[in-house]
Design a binder for this molecule. Sequence first.
Ligand code: ARJ
Length: 417
Amino acid sequence: MKYKVRDIGLAEEGRKKIEWAESRMPVLMMLREKYSKEKPFKGVKIGGSLHVTKETAVLIKTLVAAGAEVAWSGCNPLSTQDDVAAALAEEGISIFAWHGMNRKEFYWCIDRVLEIKPDLTLDDGADLIFTLHNKYPELAKNVMGGTEETTTGVHRLKSMVRDGKLMYPVIAVNDAETKWDFDNIYGTGQSSLDGIMRATSILLAGKNFVVAGYGHCGKGVANRARGMGANVIVTEVDPIKALKARMDGFSVMTMDEAAKIGDIFITATGMKDVIVRRHFEKMKNGAVVCNTGHYDCEINIQDLEDISASKREIRPNNEMYKLRDGRKIYLLAKGRLVNLAAAEGHPSEVMDMSFANQFLSLKYILENHKKLEKKVYEVPSEQDQLVATLKLKSMGISIDSLTDEQRKYLNSYNEGT
Ligand code: ARJ
């Protein structure tokens, strides 16, 4: 089976979305221009599991232009853009992804990707790597290496390394400065609000906007929500992050306190059970609850179901839960990451850098895998510098450079006060 998508007839719409993304991903297009000639991935099979969006399509097309054979599945049952998947299928990409798949179908798609016996893997959330290791260990032995897109996936892989389970080297693309300091902050900030506004169409100004988690993603969401005029409240378990949130001017309190006053709740922690039954029981009538973390474990939906008399979809990606006491709580995107399930994910401009890091990290593994160990690596620092330099160039921005004298000073210790 070459591909399985929702409707191949959506391909034309998908092609237009991809064309739009290509116009806003100049760094990846520069890499495509350069490497479509050199074809470093000629004869190389790449298995990918990453949200099927217009931006991911630009990455896939760039890998194929550079010579790779690619097979792909989504990395979340609700994040696939069906028209983009159709466009990729029509271009001959082996893609297995559609919006609204169930868990069984999700892993069926990953199994199809692994049928190409990949030389390199590309993951977002480590579900493909984990399946490869657990279900097809004989395949994992032949993989040169892989990459991981997101914080949650990197944590999962480092746990595998700790237990001696990782069978090949993986580069943590998430930890590239030109990924987390832009994608996680500005991307998650804007796209999460985008998802909330598409699913609710509510005014953010003046609302009590509760952000659980003040890591890179939570910080981005809190700042963008403040920019829209919301009264932002942060909850945390880490005293340093909580202090940072307070010094950044946000109210900080426990979720038990925030539950009583919040109008909109978003989780960005990577942790399970952040919003549970006792919080729902305190919430105001009409509260909106959503998540922007990678997995759908942060909001305990079973707890919400247990105290509800009924539920029905009131708007796309927006379910109205009617509680037994008459209050209504609105759950967005079934608790899955709201930015990709109810909107289109981060804007192309930040994914440009994240995916340039994906491309260059895969190329680095291809060229260096023989000397890499079975552990999680940072991206090479010169790669981070290169991605930032190319991005600035695409923006028409020039910066200063150190003189020889300054370089000497940088490495000296003789000159003091
Ligand atoms: C593809 C996206 C997009 C998008 O880089 C982000 C991250 O860390 C993942 C967590 O699952 C999602 C990923 N991401 C955000 N926006 N991937 N296309 N437009």
